[in-house]
Design a protein around this ligand. Structure first.
Ligand SMILES: Nc1ncnc2c1ncn2[C@@H]1O[C@H](COP(=O)(O)OP(=O)(O)OP(=O)(O)O)[C@@H](O)[C@H]1O
Length: 792
């Protein structure tokens, strides 16, 4: 008889992973470092619970942190379960799971069926207006963050706040006033903000536990980043059977600023006595050298929860640390180095194996433009959203008003797009007027234009006609069509048809030509892509069926039939799903914020701008969280890791950059300037990524003809020493910056010394030569010139 250990789900897992997957304990906590297979283990446990324990997929809740992670997990589970059973799981981000419960059962707690979702921009807009109207002395973004924090804290914080007598501090009183008024505005517009989705779901599940009476097991990924309210939700989902599995890594907790609570871990162990703790100690992702350096960074935090992490891979090349003249030179160097790696791998690695991870989105400018000039396609993740493009935002706002005309913020953004002669001041006054009269902007406009009420705000006759004919009529026509979008077909009657009709009524292509003569084609292409997004959404629904929750005896659930609200919710909740500029299946370099790179991995990772003020970020109050961010970024790399830092912040400024304190103190023995990409190094990379390295002939045959191979292809054991020797010979060379202007970093002995940094172009020539281990037919400046041409 086959033993449990032979079960196909357990094959290929190590002992600790097997123990976690097949555990019969009600509560299991898998705590482990990066790349140790936590997500892999969680996915296998879901399959185990369905296939081996026998739970119905619709009775299992799986919560992930991002939409991308949810999709990947769904794919992985689907492949293992087969038969499309994964689609029945209640799997998604906390927000999307809550939305599903609220649209099915929200009526029980008085939530109108057609509630919409206020995105961040809407929320910010409302808070700004509340502060202005009530003449509050608050900074609106701070007030918005405070409100969000109150909601995210969960009921413990809520009740603490409720008990606290307001009145002692004027600031607190104002914040409370702002919160109350903000909430009223949302209710009037029939909107829930992101936090409300969680708060209202907690309310629902507390008052009506039967909604989750079917749930057998709850599994949470990236547990270290859950906040108070997510912890409560986890408990409420599991309230009938208390079966919970969590995976997490306290060292990767990077959402403290969004109220994530590292303490949730201790809370779980305290509240669920008998929780089985499993630690995974093998790192399957990164080379030894990358792991060693990453540990050097994270171990600077002396109070961390200590875990063992052992590399299973070979040593690999040491990570690189480079200091470049400025951000332009840094971007140039990244692009050249990326090309060199791909070239020296004989295209075993492609652009899609490369990620550039940034502490903040704003750092991408130079890198984007350098990639663009080099003709390298890239995609942007985190902070750069397809849905944030002006033309897409306009279409979305129209659709949101079609669904929910009382959404003042969306309506105010489209009132004068296309131009209808309504100035910003008039729009603001109209909103003020509407809010003071406790009615929506839409109601005020309709009443005014139909002569049922005269707005106090001055509107000219001509403008009034344009509002009536161009705005109100368009919205009302589209609302009629929208009522029939339950037809899932992608033809003219469905959601796609509705968008086509919107574009036609607005004469949107002409509008783009008139307003953006320089790049209207690109913008029009984005509009076409948006139509594809809607068509894909409809197709996915057709294939996966609807996302209604499993039937529970004696409980009536509302069934959402209209496609438009579901599409809009999908867009609002998919804010971290990005679309590349290039729709083809071309390998794309990834540019991502570190936050959005969580849970992902790439063979080659660049982390630019590793300087004080960038990482740790100047505005961050939590140095440990900043260090963990750098650790998360570094541990995304499998084979090659590059850190870099410009000497000056910008081309025009003399403001020097000081290397990040997280790196400055690390001994140079963990780092190098190369790396030499000779055959042995490339073979190690091939081993880690489990690909076949092309022959030397194939690699060098594709190099430009100025190279001619010598017969000693393999770069024997001395090559690294040679590399170091050659590099040290050039120390001190600098073309771009006179030595007097170059700041010296105050790194301790053995730490990184920027004054020894070289101009990358000279260095590039050297490393090209070394890594290919070829003799260049030409020599001297001519060779350097040709290499630079090749590089740029
Ligand atoms: N037992 C195993 N054998 C071989 N490879 C494994 C094993 N377990 C996991 N892996 C691989 O290790 C890599 C990291 O796995 P996974 O993403 O699940 O790690 P993680 O712990 O969730 O990482 P992180 O916390 O950094 O996001 C993946 O490529 C995965 O396929």
């Amino acid at each position: 008889m086959a033993s449990v250990a032979d079960h196909p789900i357990l094959k290929g897992l190590n002992n600790a992973q097997r123990r976690a997957v097949s555990s019969s304990s009600a509560t299991v906590a898998i705590l482990a470092g990066p790349g140790s297979g936590k997500t892999h283990t969680l996915t296998s446990r879901v399959v185990w619970l369905v296939d081996e324990v026998g739970y119905r997929p619709q009775d299992v809740v799986v919560a992930t942190f991002t939409v991308k992670a949810a999709r990947e997990m769904m794919d992985r589970i689907g492949r293992a379960l087969g038969g499309g059973r994964e689609k029945k799981l209640i799997l998604g981000t906390f927000h999307s799971i809550c939305r599903r419960y609220l649209s099915a059962y929200g009526g029980k707690i008085g939530l109108p069926k057609d509630f919409g979702i206020a995105d961040d921009k809407d929320s910010r807009g409302i808070v700004e207006r509340v502060c202005k109207r009530l003449k509050l002395t608050l900074d609106p973004p701070t007030a918005r963050a405070w409100i969000s924090k109150q909601k995210a804290g969960g009921s413990e914080k809520e009740s603490a706040r409720a008990k606290k007598p307001p009145g002692k501090s004027l600031g607190l009183q104002e914040l409370q006033t702002c919160y109350d008024e903000y909430q009223k505005q949302l209710e009037r517009s029939n909107l829930l903000d992101y936090d409300d989705l969680l708060v209202r779901c907690v309310e629902l599940l507390r008052k009506f536990p039967s909604c989750v009476s079917n749930i057998q097991s709850v599994l949470i990924d990236e547990y270290q980043d859950t906040n108070g309210i997510q912890y409560e939700l986890m408990k409420l989902f599991a309230q009938h059977r208390s079966r919970i599995t969590i995976v997490g890594d306290p060292d990767q907790s990077i959402y403290g600023w969004r109220s994530a609570e590292i303490g949730n871990l201790w809370r779980l162990l305290r509240e669920f006595k008998g929780t089985e703790e499993v630690s995974l100690e093998d790192n399957y992702r990164s080379s030894q050298s990358i792991l060693n350096l990453s540990l050097q960074v994270i171990q600077q935090d002396k109070d961390r929860y200590k875990k063992v992490l052992k590399p299973v891979h070979t040593r690999g090349s040491r990570p690189v640390l480079r200091k470049l003249k400025n951000a332009y030179a840094e971007a140039d160097w990244i692009v050249c180095e990326m090309r060199r790696v791909i070239m020296m791998s004989g295209n075993m690695l492609t652009h899609s194996d490369v990620a550039i991870l940034l502490r903040s989105a704003a750092l991408s400018r130079h890198i984007e433009s350098t990639l663009g000039k080099a003709g390298i396609a890239y995609k942007m993740v985190g902070g750069f959203k397809f849905y944030d493009r002006a033309e897409i935002k306009t279409l979305l706002d129209y659709l949101r008003v079609v669904h929910q005309p009382h959404n003042n913020d969306a309506l105010s953004r489209i009132m004068n797009v296309p131009k209808r002669g309504i100035g910003e001041g008039t729009i603001k006054n109209l909103i003020e007027e509407a809010e003071q009269a406790s009615m929506s902007l839409w109601t005020l406009l309709v009443k005014h234009c139909r002569g049922q009420r005269t707005a106090k705000t001055k509107i000219t006759k001509h403008t009034e006609q344009r509002i009536t004919g161009g705005l109100i009529r368009v919205i009302e026509d589209l609302r009629k069509i929208s009522a029939h979008t339950d037809d899932v077909s992608g033809d003219s009657d469905g959601l796609v048809g509705l968008i086509h009709q919107l574009i036609k009524l607005l004469d949107f292509e002409r509008f783009l030509k008139d307003t953006h003569p320089d790049d209207h084609e690109q913008r029009w292409a984005n509009v076409q892509e948006f139509i594809n997004v809607a068509a894909d959404f409809v197709r996915d629904l057709e294939q996966t069926g609807d996302d209604t929750l499993p039937e529970i005896q004696g409980l009536q659930q509302s069934v959402e039939t209209e496609l438009l609200p579901r599409f809009l919710a999908n867009v609002s909740l998919a804010s971290d799903v990005q679309t590349g500029e290039d729709g083809e299946n071309k390998p794309l370099v990834t540019i991502s914020t570190i936050h959005a790179a969580k849970g992902l991995e790439w063979p080659v990772v660049f982390i630019p701008a590793v300087y004080q003020g960038s990482i740790p970020h100047a505005r961050s109050e939590d140095q440990n969280e900043e260090r963990r961010l750098l650790y998360v970024a570094m541990t995304r790399a499998k084979c090659l890791l590059y850190l870099s830092c410009p000497t000056y912040r910008s081309n025009s400024s003399d403001e020097p950059c000081e290397l990040s304190s997280f790196v400055a103190t690390i001994s140079r023995s963990f780092l190098e300037k190369g790396p030499c990409l000779d055959r042995p190094v490339m073979e190690q990379i091939a081993q880690i990524v489990k690909r076949k390295l092309p022959s030397n002939e194939a690699i060098y045959g594709s190099l430009p003809s100025m190279y001619s191979p010598e017969d000693d292809f393999g770069c024997g054991p001395e090559s690294e020493q040679d590399n170091r020797r050659n590099t040290s010979r050039q120390i001190g060379a600098s073309i771009d910056a006179p030595p007097a202007k170059r700041p010296r970093l105050s790194a301790p002995a053995g730490g990184y010394d920027s004054s020894k940094e070289l101009d990358w172009r000279k260095d590039y020539a050297t490393t090209m030569e070394q890594s290919s281990n070829f003799t260049l037919k030409k020599s001297g400046t001519k060779t350097l010139h040709m290499l630079l041409q090749l590089a740029t």
